[in-house]
Design a protein around this ligand. Structure first.
Ligand SMILES: Cc1cc2nc3c(=O)[nH]c(=O)nc-3n(C[C@H](O)[C@H](O)[C@H](O)COP(=O)(O)OP(=O)(O)OC[C@H]3O[C@@H](n4cnc5c(N)ncnc54)[C@H](O)[C@@H]3O)c2cc1C
Length: 463
């Protein structure tokens, strides 16, 4: 129970206005969950009030009030997170930034000045109006820019231009005590002082609330092509992927999946996978400013994959065909979701992706379960779905996930390359990051947030 509930609500109303406070149970419900798989999703507390500030100053005042009443603040973006980061697990305030969604495009400087509550979809749309683009594409366009920065999101298109961190030129942060920190801006280079912005990128809302970001944009690549390369052998597919990278070709995306996984997605969408040959696939997306460069790259890639045993590549430059291939790839997650216990986003060094996947297949055989594997082979980030399996308990399914994690760690990788720690992966922090990491972050947290109001139960393991 929140103490002094009436008085807290009164204070919050005086800052954001009565219409931006939600207390009614049914209306609150839609702020309690994110996209975390059902098998591992924590149960939210319902004893929360949703507050929707309209400006950075209002966010600051809300945090000051939270300190006064010593209540928790759970920061919420689009609720598309996959590790329970936005799920409130202690009574308090759910701070939704949905009203702060302004996007201003500075064309001359190729920078978007974006309020944290703007969705990825809106950022893409606004940039495109000016022939600019935000190349990163984490799968769900309902994610907010605040959430993308807080989670340092990735996505399939991180091979060429990197993860969200690579796009952030500046940030506005409200610290847990309500102080406003303005970091960086529109310049590409900036060596004035320690780059504190990078402390907050990927901090999952534990150290501060992101209220605005300056995002680097790129001129829209005018020429794109999508190539689906079928193979009869998984080993050949990985050898070809490696060779593409080692030849110095950097596609926008370099994805791997097998027939069973991609057909599951196509069936889910009520369509068919157009590539008839092969059991294993590389999907390569190329994007260039010059048509000639695109053609040279396509030719080079064609030679490489054929030399590694590829069957006939399926190549398209048509926009609608590219979109429909990408849609089938992007919906793998949704197609598997209902039967998924947990979705893993393990990452290994690019040279050992093949060994990692072979090991996952060994685990699959050992337990007699289906572990769909697909992902961003171009940057080593591989998704493994631990599927529900008849007769398997929660503990047994967790053990399968842990076996997959162990393989990633043994190969010099890590257990998350995209989704972060959130609530559900805190139990692995000690093993992966160690005591010194935990102690350092605890010290940082206690300096910035002495009352531990911001996103409690997230990232740091419980005592
Ligand atoms: C279909 C699907 C596909 C996805 N594909 C990808 C992918 O390819 N790559 C990838 O990296 N992720 C992917 N995700 C995961 C998710 O979209 C990202 O983690 C995204 O960054 C979450 O953004 P959000 O606004 O929804 O944040 P939320 O889920 O609302 O919150 C996530 C975390 O960020 C914190 N947070 C949110 N906003 C702020 C803020 N303004 N200030 C401080 N902290 C904040 C929250 O407290 C929470 O800890 C996918 C999810 C789905 C459902």
């Amino acid at each position: 129970m929140i103490r002094d509930f009436k008085s807290l609500i009164g204070d919050l109303k005086s800052v954001v206005g009565e219409q931006w406070i939600v207390t009614e149970e049914r209306a609150v419900e839609r702020y309690l969950y994110d996209e975390t798989a059902f098998g591992v999703r924590p149960e939210p507390v319902r004893d929360v009030v949703v507050v929707k500030p309209g400006s950075t100053e209002e966010v600051s005042e809300v945090l000051k009030i939270a300190n006064k009443y010593k209540v928790s603040v759970h920061v919420r973006g689009g609720g598309t997170g996959l590790v329970g980061g936005a799920i409130p697990t202690k009574p308090g305030i759910v701070l939704s930034l949905e009203r702060m969604d302004k996007v201003t495009i500075d064309v001359d400087n190729m920078v978007a000045e974006v309020e944290a509550g703007a969705t990825l979809g809106k950022l893409i749309e606004e940039a495109e109006k000016h022939n600019l683009m935000f190349p990163a594409h984490p799968g769900d366009e309902g994610a907010t820019v605040g959430g993308l920065v807080a989670c340092n999101a990735g996505g399939s298109r991180a091979v060429k231009t990197g993860v969200v961190r690579n796009y952030v030129l500046g940030l506005e942060i409200v610290l847990p005590n309500g102080d406003i920190l303005r970091l960086g801006g529109k310049t590409i280079k900036n060596n004035m002082g320690y780059n504190l912005a990078h402390l907050f990128i990927g901090s999952e809302g534990v150290l501060g609330v992101i209220t605005k970001a300056y995002i680097r944009l790129y001129p829209k690549w005018r020429y794109t092509a999508t190539i689906v390369v079928p193979f009869n052998s998984r080993v050949d597919a990985f050898r070809a992927a490696k060779k593409i990278l080692f030849e110095g070709l950097t596609p926008l995306a370099l994805e791997y999946f097998d027939r069973k996984v991609i057909e599951t997605s196509a069936n889910y969408l009520g369509t068919t996978w157009p590539v008839k040959e092969g059991e294993y696939y590389l999907m390569i997306i190329l994007a260039e400013a010059l048509e000639d460069v695109l053609y040279v790259e396509m030719e080079h890639i064609d030679n490489i994959v054929r030399s590694e045993g590829a069957l006939e590549p399926f190549v398209t430059q048509r926009d609608d065909e590219q979109k429909s291939l990408l849609k089938i790839r992007s919906e793998i997650f949704s197609a598997l979701k209902e039967e998924t216990f947990d979705i893993l986003d393990t990452t290994v060094p690019i040279g050992v992706v093949d060994r990692f996947i072979e090991n996952v297949i060994d685990i699959e055989k050992r337990y007699g379960v289906w572990l769909p594997v697909y992902g961003h082979v171009g940057d080593g980030n591989v998704h493994v779905h631990v599927m529900k399996h008849k007769g398997f308990s929660k503990e047994q399914l967790e053990k399968i996930a842990e076996d997959v994690y162990d393989v990633a760690l043994l190969l010099g990788g890590t257990i998350t390359g995209e989704h972060g720690i959130g609530y559900i992966r805190r139990k692995y922090v000690k093993k992966v990051l160690g005591d010194a990491w935990i102690e350092t972050v605890k010290k940082l947290k206690s300096v910035l947030d002495p009352n531990n109001i911001l996103n409690p139960d997230k990232v740091l393991p419980g005592d």
